[in-house]
Design a protein around this ligand. Structure first.
Ligand SMILES: [Zn+2]
Length: 338
């Protein structure tokens, strides 16, 4: 029996979200009813691949898309095909961590409420926009029945990856921005590589097993941090878009290392990974986004191959099922598991 578990997740960020991330468009809370190429093509293509390979995955959905009728139809298909939908905030705000506690709660709980009302689904998983999460966000999640967060990216390259987006953007004051990214996300390189119960004040630190976080009052409010998988020993990034652009050599090397050494896999794609810039009529200014001009068939067969390799090594579950399996597993506090 395959004893190693893993989860595949898809971030459903739309082309509009990327235009904001690269500062091509200013952020706006206004939703519209146009069908975004990520929903028209990217998500259905991933759903077809998962059906073909018999994989159940987790889709991180931005709440605003639940108010778009065409997008809601695709989200219904995700649920009907047995996948999990999880919370990726209401508006995918680039300044999420700067918001007040009440605003953060609104960003999370509006999406939560819409998923319940429109789809009858109680979301239990969260990923911050741009992987951004803090202790306050985890508190809100704990208090609202969430089982896991899946935002921590424990690689020393993480601030640089975030900086790469800003270097391509039109933002001024880049040096200042880099220093703040380094200060905020630098310590994440020290986060555990396997799912852990985070401390109440630092998301990248494991809670003290004997501390207040484990007492009776909090026992049903525990949350599991499922960090994004990075390469064992080297701590280099290992996620869908990165593999697409890093080339076959890096991909096969990293896949074989992960298959050999990683105990619990948390692998992330973005639905835009199966969108093509020209073929799917994406705003040409998004040529700055990695992988968008790689021929679609090359991307699809490469992703199919990666998925089946991971499926051969790990029993793939949704984030929810992975969290349920490990949340109350006391072995997680044992260093031997790491
Ligand atoms: Zn996102």
């Amino acid at each position: 029996m395959n004893e190693r578990h893993g989860c595949i997740s898809i971030d459903c960020d739309t082309i509009s979200d990327y235009l904001v991330a690269y500062q091509i468009h200013p952020f706006s809370q206004k939703g519209d009813q146009t069908l975004d190429p990520v929903y028209a093509k990217g998500i259905p293509r991933f759903l077809d691949l998962f059906a073909e390979l018999n994989i159940k995955a987790t889709f991180f959905v931005v709440g605003r898309d639940l108010t778009n009728k065409s997008h809601l139809k695709i989200i219904r298909r995700i649920v009907e095909e047995g996948h999990e939908i999880a919370n990726h905030t209401l508006n995918h705000r680039p300044d999420f961590l700067e918001l007040s506690s009440a605003q953060k709660e609104k960003e999370i709980m509006c999406t939560d409420r819409m998923a319940r009302e429109l789809l009858g689904v109680k979301m239990v998983g969260f990923r911050g926009p741009g992987y951004e999460v803090d202790a306050e966000t985890l508190r809100i999640l704990r208090e609202n029945g969430y089982l896991y967060d899946c935002s921590v990216f424990p690689s020393f390259l993480f601030p640089l990856i975030k900086m790469a987006v800003w270097l391509k953007s039109r933002e001024k004051g880049k040096a200042k921005r880099f220093l703040s990214l380094l200060k905020r996300f630098g310590p994440w390189a020290m986060a555990p590589r396997l799912p852990y119960r985070p401390a109440l004040d630092k998301v990248w630190q494991r809670a003290d097993h004997n501390g207040h976080h484990r007492n009776e009052d909090n026992a049903n409010k525990e949350i599991l941090e499922i960090p994004i998988t990075v390469l064992p020993i080297l701590n280099l990034p290992f996620y869908g878009t990165f593999l697409l652009v890093a080339g076959k050599g890096y991909s096969w090397f990293s896949l074989s290392l992960v298959k050999k050494m990683t105990r619990i896999l948390c692998f992330e794609y973005h639905a835009v990974d199966l969108v093509h810039l020209q073929e799917n009529e994406v705003d040409p200014r998004l040529t700055v986004h990695p992988g968008l001009t790689i021929p679609l068939e090359n991307k699809r067969s490469f992703i199919r191959d990666c998925l089946s390799q991971m499926q051969g090594r790990f029993q793939l579950l949704t984030g929810e099922n992975l969290a349920k399996r490990y949340l109350h597993n006391t072995d997680l506090s044992h260093r031997s598991l790491l």
